[in-house]
Design a protein around this ligand. Structure first.
Ligand code: 13P
Length: 250
């Protein structure tokens, strides 16, 4: 009922030329299929070239962030309005944005609502720090983030949101959550969404992110509540990203 989404978050990697080359390689390696959705999220400057390189492909395009105001005096920012029509997805509230750039849940919520309003599909990232995990606060953190980040998001709109559960201690560390732990956290997230949105929760995709590799993808992606992956480092190599997509197809 839910089509898994394998999305590559390239973060601050790849020049325009490198982005075009990686997309060419992905197009030759990725199997055309209807059971797994695939997306790449290059840096802003490469989005237009990436869109051209993806012409005629089923691979979707995403951005890594967006400002909620349509336009104005926000030096260095790119608005949801500017991204509408260019990308399908936009990553919102990534832990690097929250931790390195001080984004609050209130700001993240404004971005989610603004993205939905212009027709973009948000990939909302949530997840606990190592300290919160070790203090047994993971569920409380997830509950708070879901509540605050989805304020005034209707059930109808929520069906267009993908949640990415990314435990911060697993990002870029080579230490992924175990498949069983990821399943348990993601089932908890779905239960929270069910309280808020009822049956719609069963159609909301929830990805896992954090050190997903070709070696661990199959086990993680075979869990019943895990609807794909948000892949960082391994999305920068075409062969690795393609292997993760193949794992999702199994
Ligand atoms: P890594 O796959 O490099 O751990 O990054 C995960 C991530 O942050 C995706 O958004």
């Amino acid at each position: 009922m839910r089509t898994p989404l394998i999305a590559g978050n390239w973060k601050m990697n790849k020049t325009i030329g490198e982005a075009q080359a990686l997309i060419e390689e992905l197009r030759s390696l990725l199997p055309a299929n209807e059971s797994v959705e695939i997306a790449v999220c290059p840096p802003y400057v490469a989005l237009t070239a990436a869109k051209a390189a993806l012409a005629g492909s089923s691979i979707k395009l995403g951005a890594q962030n967006a400002h909620p105001e349509p336009k104005g005096a926000f030096t260095g920012e790119v608005s949801v309005t500017m991204l509408a029509g260019l990308v399908d997805y936009v990553i919102i509230g990534h832990s690097e944005r929250r931790q390195l750039f001080g984004e609050s849940d209130v700001f993240v919520n404004a971005k989610v609502r603004a993205a939905l309003a212009v027709g973009l599909n948000p990939i909302l990232c949530i997840g606990e720090t190592l300290a919160e995990n070790e203090a047994g606060q993971t569920e409380a953190v997830l509950e708070r983030q879901l509540r605050d980040d989805l304020v005034n998001v209707s059930a109808e709109s929520a069906a267009r949101v993908t949640i990415a559960y990314e435990p911060i201690w697993a990002i870029g560390t080579g230490r992924a959550a175990t498949a069983a732990d990821a399943q348990q956290r993601i089932a908890f997230i779905r239960a929270q969404l069910r309280q808020k949105y009822g049956a719609v929760a069963d159609s909301i995709r929830i990805q896992y992110g954090g050190s997903v590799t070709p070696a661990n993808a199959e086990e993680i992606l075979s869990q019943p509540d895990i609807d794909g992956a948000l892949v960082g480092g391994a999305s920068l190599k075409a062969a690795d990203f393609a292997a993760i997509v193949r794992a999702a197809l199994k």
